[in-house]
Ligand binder design. Structure first.
Ligand code: PLP
Length: 284
């Protein structure tokens, strides 16, 4: 069934939506994006995603073509037009089109594209499964804090994981885990401390990460923000990932070694529960 998508001011059937072959998002990956989840037809953590979009655009000198209120309205209208109860809204903003040149064009008009995807998020919350990850060298560029559409290496890593019979990969830099291909990575030590890498240019500053860590601290759980190794993960009592589309999902094995019981663990279950509750409360 055809979706309605949004391109540069127009709501269109997806087959009629077009952008230029000179768009810098296409030619240079000169574009940023955000993914916002939808539950019960409402947007989760929209403010966090918008704030990160503003930060990404600032880091790249890319002007946002719409205000917060306009962008919120486009999200809501697409959710409504496509009848999305559970799913996500993907938004991509490029520097626009100009004759191909490495130098940023002076007056290009940014391209803004949004579309929805229907995903059974509630089922994932209610019947969580554990994922298996493998470790792979982190060969991405060094500004992973900017959410750009340069997603080729993460795609290659997902393919390597699939080929190895796993679900995803954790990326390794200087012997420690940075993050997952499209999620932040955590372990829970045998003493119950939640460990995740501290914020820097090495990782994306996950909107879900911020919410989950805040809720964990409010629930009196111990949190330590520091790098951890694969060996530490393999000896942990639990491991998990977070992202807008995964909430908190257990990692049950790393490089073929079972973590803890080898099943989704109670700390992750608790975090997912309190995060899902908060999402329902805060969704707009
Ligand atoms: N890290 C990377 C590399 C990602 O691509 C993502 C999400 O796409 C995340 C972390 C999680 O971020 P968020 O919780 O904002 O979805």
């Amino acid at each position: 069934m055809s979706r309605t998508v949004y391109v540069n001011g127009e709501y269109l059937p997806e087959e009629d939506a077009k952008i230029s072959i000179f768009d810098r998002g296409f030619l240079f990956a000169d574009a940023i994006y955000e993914v916002c989840s939808v539950i019960d037809g409402r947007l989760i953590d929209f403010e966090g995603h918008f704030q990160r979009l503003e930060r990404s655009s600032g880091e790249l000198d890319l002007n946002l073509p719409a205000s917060r209120d306009e962008i919120l309205e486009i999200h809501r209208e697409l959710v409504r037009l496509n009848g999305i109860q559970e799913g996500l809204v993907y938004m991509q903003i490029s520097r626009g089109s100009a004759d191909r040149d490495f130098v940023f064009p002076k007056d290009s008009k940014p391209t803004i594209v949004l579309f929805t995807q229907q995903i059974p998020l509630q089922e994932m919350i209610d019947r969580p499964k554990g994922i298996r990850v493998i470790s792979i060298d982190d060969l991405r560029w060094a500004r992973r804090d900017i959410k750009t559409v340069q997603l080729l290496y993460p795609s290659m890593c997902k393919m390597m994981a699939k080929k190895a019979g796993a679900d995803d990969a954790w990326l390794i830099q200087d012997g420690c885990v940075t993050e997952g291909t499209s999620n932040n990575a955590y372990i829970v030590t045998k003493s119950g401390t939640i460990v995740t890498r501290q914020l820097s240019n090495d990782i994306l500053h996950g909107v879900t990460r911020a919410a989950v860590l805040r809720l964990a601290r409010e629930a009196q759980m111990q949190v330590e923000e520091r790098p951890f190794t694969i060996e530490e993960a393999q000896n942990a009592s639990e491991a998990f990932i977070t992202s807008a589309t995964n909430f908190a999902t257990s990692v049950v094995s790393v490089d073929g070694i079972a973590i803890g019981s080898g099943k989704p663990g109670p700390v992750t279950a608790r975090l997912r529960e309190i995060y899902a509750e908060e999402c329902r409360r805060q969704a707009i």
